[in-house]
Ligand binder design. Structure first.
Ligand code: FE2
Length: 363
């Protein structure tokens, strides 16, 4: 039933999760996690996923190429084996959506422990954490009393597909996004897009051109925006992070190839002239933005937890609800492997498909 307009705009006056309110300290510094050996839990998973799925009352694909919603499963009740299987399912489907989670109320320690199963937790350079909570908790808070997010997206499309923190030497793998309070009615969804399918959708010979290329990823632009928007109140916990990653990567568990350039952090293609690099990156970003056929859209309710695998997806906010409505969530971001470069497979017959497309008048 559609609620009357007055009710749609009603927000609880006080935040439901005050312990998770954002804390901004311009003087705070954090150390990066540093190099570590990553053993992906997905390698240990039983492909039939009995531990993850035994209590599932419903398993729904959100779209053919991205997203599965699991009902009846509580993250807090999963065994080590169940979490290993979650790594595998997320790698295969890009993202997994859980509803009505007790995880939301499990407390900092338990929440961090579950996410840490997948890797050491990233410490963010500029996003807020809770005042009395661990620095690894990234707080997303948009409300009448805190308009920093709105300000940072003023006069700019909110749609920007990205991998969180791709400039890290070992970027994130699985990521936990837990919704504490969402706008009444609709709005504030996340669009998640499968980069494996984005790569497959390109012509075989074009794909081969991309393989073997590397690109520069840097946090310079978001840090400059933080300074522009917040001046002396800017949070700058870490210096600019910059690393070079393959343009096409391979997922360590599924071995699926995927595009690994994104419009938030990828600056240039190594060894190409500026004009060439800008042109290619613009094409790839446009291709990802157009990917309605390889993405899904996740709607939130309080208690929704979305787990996505950053190595095979990109995501975008929508920021489509009314300014001032409260949206409050936290993110935990386990780091994973150094990105694995995709290699051109010699004479795999793929390029002949280009000729077949001509023959079939598909070009
Ligand atoms: Fe993000």
């Amino acid at each position: 039933m559609i609620a009357p307009l007055g009710e749609l705009k009603a927000q609880s006056k006080e935040p439901l999760y005050p312990k998770y309110l954002p804390h901004y300290d311009p003087l705070e510094k954090v150390e990066e996690v540093g190099p570590f050996e990553h053993d992906d839990p997905g390698h240990r998973a039983d492909p039939k996923m009995p531990n993850l799925l035994q209590n599932a009352t419903s398993i729904t694909e959100l779209s053919p190429h991205c997203g599965t919603e699991l009902l009846g499963v509580q993250l807090t009740e999963l065994t080590t084996e169940g979490l290993d299987e979650l790594a595998l399912l997320t790698a295969q489907r890009g993202c997994v959506v859980f509803r009505d989670q007790t995880y939301t109320d499990a407390g900092f320690k338990e929440q961090a422990k579950i996410a840490s199963h997948f890797g050491p937790l990233h410490k963010h350079g500029w996003m807020p954490h809770p005042q009395d909570g661990p620095v690894e908790f990234v707080i997303v808070y948009d409300s009448k009393d805190d308009l920093r997010i709105r300000k940072s997206w003023a006069r700019k499309s909110p749609i920007q597909f990205h991998v969180d923190q791709s400039p890290e030497r070992q970027p994130p793998g699985l990521t936990f996004f837990c919704m504490l309070e969402s706008p009444d009615g609709s709005g504030g969804d996340t669009i998640i897009s499968n980069m494996g399918r984005a790569f497959e959708r390109l012509s075989p010979s074009f794909r081969k051109r991309l393989e073997g290329l590397n690109a520069v990823h840097t946090t310079a632009n978001p840090i400059l925006r933080e300074i522009r928007d917040n001046g002396n109140n800017s949070v700058l916990r870490r210096p600019i992070t910059r690393n070079i990653h393959p343009v096409v990567t391979v997922h360590p568990v599924t071995k699926q190839k995927g595009l690994f350039v994104n419009s938030s952090y990828t600056q240039s293609i190594v060894g190409w002239d500026e004009e060439e690099s800008d042109y290619m990156l613009k094409f790839l970003f446009d291709h990802i933005n157009r990917g309605q056929d390889f993405s899904c859209r996740v709607r939130y309710e309080p208690g929704t937890v979305v787990v996505w695998d950053q190595r095979i997806t990109q995501h975008s906010q929508t920021l489509d609800y009314a300014a001032g409505d409260r949206r409050h969530a936290f993110r935990l971001t386990p780091l994973a492997n150094v990105p694995i470069p995709s290699k051109i497979e010699e004479d795999d017959g793929e390029c002949q498909k280009d000729e077949a497309r001509v023959m079939l008048n598909l070009c």
